[in-house]
Every structure is written in C-alpha cells, then in structure tokens.
Design a protein around this ligand. Structure first.
Ligand SMILES: [Zn+2]
Length: 236
C-alpha cells in the first residue's frame, strides 16, 4: 500500500536555507474560513510546521482577495488582509496561504536570501500577482529576477479547469483550449510559468500535480466543502 505523503515539495528547490512545502489531506484541512471548528485546523497547521521542521507561530497568512497586492513581512504577523502575496528576508517568519484549486507560487532568491509566496487563481494570474511578487523582491531586497528560483505547487490543471468564454477571452490563446460545449479549458500553471519567465526568471519548476485529479488534495471543483491545503515558505 502506498501511503499518502503529508507534505509535497518541489525537489529542484531543495536548499538548506529555504523551507517550502504543500500540505495534503493526510494532515487534515488547514483552512479556517469555512471550518466549523478551528481546533483541528490549528492542530493540522502545527503538524504541517512540524513536518517541515520549523517552529514558527503564528503563520503569517496571505489574506487572499484574488488580486495582485504583495506585502513585505519583517516579523511574524497573523493574517495580512488584502494581499495575495507576501515576501520576507527574515528567519522566524513563516509565510502561509491556503488553497483548493488555486496555485501556490513559491519564490526563493539564494543570493539575497529572501523568499515569497503568492496565491494565484485566474484573477490573481490575470492581475500578475507572481510578477508583482518578483518585483517586490527586487524593490525591497535587491533581488535580480534571474537569481530568483520559482516553484508552482499543486493546483487545478489545464485539462480540468473549465471556464466560460468571459474568463478564457482574458488570457493569451496559448493557455486556452476548447472544452465541452461553449466552455474552455484554462492552463493556469502555464500562464504563471510564462508570467515568471517574462519577469526574467530562468528557473521555474512546476510540481505538476492536479488538485481535482488527486484525492489527497482538496479541490473546490471536485468537493466544494471548504477543505483547504496549505503552502509554507520560510528561511532557515
Ligand atoms: Zn487535472
């Protein structure tokens, strides 16, 4: 029997100075917003931190409003409202966001020792949240985009993400394929990869695991019950 992993990582981002990971349902839901009881959610979050071998509380959480605002974090905060991206150069800060089909994007600059985390659904992708996070790392910490290594975590894939024409028409045709009837299929991972490459990044690693097709990850499209997986980014 194959056991469900507790945490997924992008191997190519492995670095002793950088912590990142994506929780699975083996750790339980880490989303508070729709949770009937916060106690098990907070326990799942602690288990997630333990699985990554970090001791940071509270998590500094992306408020997530499907926009492109990015905030710099210098000390542990609770929820940062009104943003879809956070960046830091401080050890002792754990950037955190929750997802159920939207994509986590992790950023790491080993040269300037700073990192970022973005939440990208179709609106955030359209608004350029990944690009804004790269620019924020440049403006705040002096990162050269070419030094930043990016990872695109689990999310709904380009075969599963059905959208209407009003959404599809906002994206470049190379990210859109025809779906059933008058629907379209949108590849958000590819759109974000292209966005990051246009911003000057040379290393963009896509995990390539679809939330809708993977029972061990929450998917709003598969089961809209409020269950969320989490992403953590921290410096060590
Ligand atoms: Zn899929």
């Amino acid at each position: 029997m194959i056991q469900t992993p507790h945490v997924l990582k992008i191997d190519k981002l492995d670095d002793p100075a950088f912590v990142h990971g994506f929780s699975t349902i083996a750790l339980g839901s880490v989303g508070l917003t729709h949770a009937p009881d916060p106690v098990p959610v907070l326990a799942s979050r602690r288990a997630f931190a333990r699985a990554l071998n970090i001791e940071v509380e509270p998590f500094t959480t992306v408020g997530a409003v499907h926009g492109s605002a990015v905030a710099r974090v210098d000390e542990p905060l609770d929820v940062v409202q009104g943003v879809d991206g956070l960046i830091t150069d401080q050890r002792g800060v754990a950037l955190f966001a929750t997802f159920a089909d939207c994509y986590p994007i992790v950023l790491w600059d080993p040269n300037r020792r700073c990192a970022g985390l973005a939440h990208a659904g179709w609106r955030g992708t359209m608004a350029g949240v990944a690009k804004v996070a790269v620019k924020a790392m440049h403006d705040e910490f002096g990162s050269a985009p070419a030094d930043i290594r990016a990872g695109i975590g689990p999310g709904i894939c380009g075969r599963c993400y059905e959208v209407g024409g009003e959404v599809a028409s906002q994206f470049d045709a190379r990210f859109v394929t025809p779906g059933a009837g008058d629907r379209f299929l949108l590849d958000l991972a590819a759109a974000n990869r292209a966005e990051l490459e246009e911003a000057g990044l040379s290393e963009v690693h896509v995990l390539g695991i679809c939330t809708k097709e993977s029972d061990f990850l929450p998917s709003h499209r598969r089961t809209p019950d409020g269950t969320r997986f989490g992403a953590i980014v921290a410096l060590r």
